[in-house]
Design a protein around this ligand. Structure first.
Ligand code: AMP
Length: 563
């Protein structure tokens, strides 16, 4: 589409209050999906949209929903729930509600939106629903709870249904709920399905939800172009992965906020406790955490309280075996894993809007191409720069080859995953420290870290307050029951002495305390190395925007010798 033909927001016949909100958000023009979908939805068409996360798809359906409600308010004073937006997880529901909040900032009194995805508090939600908010955002199961209890009625007045992340709706097992839910809707309403993939499941949902829909399969690349998003890989085995990560972070070669993906929930804690020993703070995100804690983690990360979030691979939640096992075995495994009370309404690597992520680090390589794409999609959002750095062990090499092949298809056969130069032997001191720190995080320490979180949750749980009042000894025991195998933060490990630095980086600024960014990091200026400084600056100027600086110590030494 050429620039002359681009339809701008103000050309879409949108209400002034929406246009003002969009301008307040600082969105200069619609994204491709918005430019295409908004006019179609305003015309009243049903739409099936395939759009990658980060494409702006939330506003693509939210803007027409709000416009339609404002139109209805001009003709009818009758208050009712006009739009139902379904999404598979509480985090995604929260995010959609927040986007709607931003878009209705200038018409908040006219268009009210509530999110009823949280479990529990059904009575409060019932009271809010009795006021008939204009837009209800929910997971399918929560919507059904309230429909069955007659806390909300949609049969007469609903005019729009949106199903977001439709492919996940199926993998999260909401199929039956969706079907039952449809029986509570009126005969005629406008519907939108948004999905990252157009799987068979989505196409079958399309048949039951949409009428004569327009299907938008926009020719958008699944990931940002290479000028914006760089992919690197680095071969490393288990012990070395930890040492390299420590060195990268301490040498300040990773700039900005990072999401570090690991394979399992235990490894989330292992890595967090490992980094903690060097006073590198991080928060943890995985599906076993209660929703409130997960939302808090994402929020703290977005607000800059933490620079690093360690996330377990949620692909394993969708397909516990990574798609290798036959279906029957998969179901068996799924049942087993559900014993661990994973929350099916959580999806870390899909859809959640982690803001301003500069780096995605695959500490463990993703189990398949899709998972790589979803993880990589967490960075380089909008027009921002981003990088993906994957640590690859020998066992993970075939997975990387598959990703390389897939990505290079999209880039006309060009090699996409570049080698990240890192001379581990130059940072032997880091390796030495790292080995001890990694071993200090025993399985018992990991288990206790997880238990600590559960205990905290029990102590905070409102529902248990009554029980604790009647059984104060249990409360006291829970409070007393301290973890025995905590991993101590060793102050001296937080500091990187000059002799540990590779020669090439001795004139770099080293961040000594990365615990938070709200507390101003103490940056210690190292001595300038006049010989090397200019060559290095020159090298970095070429990649000024790349949040991941390369660390090619050997090459730098050569260059230094030449200057
Ligand atoms: P989504 O794909 O809906 O999750 O949106 C991804 C990100 O893009 C969000 O952080 C939005 O705030 C942002 N965004 C949405 N529409 C636009 C736009 N027209 N211009 C710039 N940023 C946008």
């Amino acid at each position: 589409m050429t620039d002359e033909k681009k339809v701008m927001f103000h050309e879409m016949e949108l209400d002034d209050r929406i246009l003002k909100a969009i301008s307040q958000l600082g969105w200069p023009e619609p994204t491709l999906i918005q430019e295409t979908a908004i006019p179609l939805l305003l015309e009243g068409k049903d739409v099936l949209m395939r759009a990658r996360t980060g494409s702006g798809k939330t506003a693509a359906f939210a803007v027409p929903v709000i416009q339609k409600i404002l139109n209805l308010k001009n003709t009818s004073k009758h208050q009712s729930i006009r739009a139902l937006i379904l999404s598979p997880s509480k985090e995604l529901c929260g995010q959609i509600t927040s986007v709607i909040g931003d878009l209705t900032i200038k018409c908040a009194r006219e268009v009210r939106c509530i999110d009823i995805s949280a479990n529990g508090d059904t009575q409060t939600q019932k009271a809010i629903l009795s006021d008939k908010p204009d837009i209800v955002v929910a997971t399918p199961s929560r919507a059904l709870v309230h429909l069955k209890a007659n806390n909300m009625r949609l049969k007469e007045d609903l005019s729009m249904l949106v199903v977001d992340e439709a492919d996940l709706i199926f993998s999260f097992g909401y199929e039956d709920e969706i079907k039952e839910l449809l029986s509570h809707l009126p005969k005629i309403y406008q519907a939108v399905l948004a999905s990252a993939t157009l799987s068979d499941d989505v196409l079958s949902l399309k048949k039951i939800v949409l009428r004569n829909p327009v299907t938008l399969k926009l020719e958008e690349p699944e990931l940002a172009p290479s000028s914006q998003l760089q992919h690197y890989h680095l071969f490393a085995e288990e012990d070395d992965k930890a040492a390299i990560l420590y060195a990268l972070l301490k040498l300040n070669l990773v700039r900005g906020k990072s999401i570090i993906f690991v394979r399992t929930v235990d490894r989330c804690y292992k890595l967090k406790l490992y980094l903690e020993q060097f006073k590198i703070g991080s928060c943890v995100l995985n599906s076993e955490l209660p929703a409130a804690v997960r939302c808090l983690s994402v929020d703290q990360f977005n607000r800059g309280r933490y620079q690093i979030i360690v996330a377990s691979d949620e692909k394993a939640l969708e397909k516990p075996d990574g798609g290798i096992l036959p279906i029957e075995e998969r179901t068996k495994k799924k049942k087993q894993s559900s014993k661990r009370k994973k929350d099916k309404e959580s999806g870390v690597s899909r859809g959640i809007d982690f803001q301003h992520v500069s780096n995605v680090i695959n500490f463990d390589f993703p189990l398949d191409v899709n998972s790589y794409v979803h993880r990589a999609g967490r960075t380089a959002r909008g027009n921002n720069q981003g990088s993906v750095l994957s640590f690859v062990s020998i066992r993970e090499k075939p997975l990387m080859d598959a990703v390389e092949q897939h990505l290079s298809n999209g880039f006309k056969g060009q090699k996409v995953l570049q080698k990240y130069e890192f001379a581990l032997e130059e940072v032997e001191g880091f390796r030495y420290r790292s080995r001890d720190a990694w071993r200090a995080v025993t399985r018992i320490a990991v288990r206790e870290a997880r238990l600590k979180e559960i205990k905290q949750e029990l102590l905070n749980c409102k529902k248990l307050q009554g029980y604790f009042e009647e059984n104060p000894s249990d409360l006291a025991a829970l409070r007393r029951d301290k973890a025995l195998h905590t991993v101590k933060v060793q102050q001296h490990l937080a500091h990187v002495p000059e002799y540990l630095l590779p020669a090439a980086l001795r004139n770099e600024d080293i961040v000594e305390d990365q615990e938070t960014v709200t507390e101003k990091p103490q940056v210690k200026k190292r001595k300038q190395n006049a010989n090397f400084g200019s060559a290095k600056r020159h090298k970095y100027q070429a990649r000024q925007n790349d949040p991941l600086k390369s660390f090619d110590v050997k090459k730098k030494k050569q260059t230094a010798g030449e200057t």
